[in-house]
Design a protein around this ligand. Structure first.
Ligand SMILES: CC(C)(COP(=O)(O)OP(=O)(O)OC[C@H]1O[C@@H](n2cnc3c(N)ncnc32)[C@H](O)[C@@H]1OP(=O)(O)O)[C@@H](O)C(=O)NCCC(=O)NCCS
Length: 168
């Protein structure tokens, strides 16, 4: 069966999704829909095989200060906060790992960022990478940035990472 990435639809069954992280499973099952359809906080894209959700990526509009960007091009940019796409969550079902689903969601995220750039402005993609996913994002060209992510208690510290539009 072929893999397709599209926006989450209200009728999608999200209850069986299991990525090994209960917070991400709960998010897609309980909150992704209302965040998208009722509150318009962000949009979830799902990678589907038939009716089965193999993975999802949730995105929202955000901002970055040029000083936090890792690239030389920041010198050409104004010093106020600039528009970015924030990849808020990304997860692949445990049964679908290692088969290109995460990569397909990453390419879909690049495509949405390009549309955002055309439609309203977007200089790149920001993600708070979980420690175990840092190498995955580096593989796609993301670099660590200097943003203090806030107080997270004793949870593992995510690493803010960024990729500039010109690099994808
Ligand atoms: C990280 C995650 C999304 C990767 O999804 P996936 O579908 O297994 O990834 P893919 O099969 O598309 O892999 C794409 C490429 O990245 C590589 N890759 C996958 N996971 C990786 C990791 N954790 N570290 C480094 N490289 C990784 C693959 O080897 C592959 O490389 P190749 O094209 O040279 O073979 C998935 O493991 C996951 O959902 N993890 C749990 C939730 C999580 O950590 N989400 C990130 C939150 S910030």
């Amino acid at each position: 069966m072929t893999l397709r990435v599209r926006r989450l639809e209200p009728g999608d069954d999200r209850s069986a999704f299991r990525c090994g992280n209960p917070d991400l499973d709960r998010f897609v099952a309980q909150y992704a829909g209302q965040n998208q359809f009722r509150h318009h906080l962000g949009t979830t894209y799902v990678a589907v095989e038939g009716y089965v959700i193999a993975g999802f990526a949730t995105m929202t509009a955000s901002e970055i200060l040029p000083a936090a960007m890792p690239t030389k091009s920041k010198k050409r940019l104004p010093r106020h906060p600039l528009p970015v796409l924030r990849l808020a969550r990304l997860a692949v079902d445990e049964q679908a790992r290692g088969q290109g689903v995460g990569g397909a969601l990453m390419l879909a995220t690049f495509a949405v960022a390009r549309q955002m750039a055309d439609n309203l402005g977007c200089i790149g993609i920001l993600v708070d990478a979980k420690p175990e996913a840092v190498a995955f994002y580096r593989r796609f060209g993301f670099e660590a940035v200097d943003i203090v992510a806030g107080l997270l208690g004793d949870r593992p510290q995510p690493l803010p990472m960024f990729i500039e539009l010109a690099q994808f």
